[in-house]
Ligand binder design. Structure first.
Ligand code: ZN
Length: 57
């Protein structure tokens, strides 16, 4: 998935390494934007699809 602000790729492996859960706020490793991601449940067992959005604070 890509950061909506700087369009830099964010690897799911990185999220796992950082122990960031779905719907949990995290700082983009690239631009420090506050982001949140969701897993698309419909494709959970197949090709996983993630959506990421900016959190307005
Ligand atoms: Zn970014």
């Amino acid at each position: 998935m890509k950061c909506p602000t700087c369009e830099t790729f964010i690897a799911f492996d990185w999220l796992e390494t950082e122990c960031i859960e779905p719907n949990e706020k995290f700082n983009s490793p690239h631009c420090n934007e506050v982001l949140r991601y969701e897993i698309d449940e419909g494709t959970y067992l197949g090709a996983q699809h993630f959506t990421v959005e900016v959190v307005d604070e």
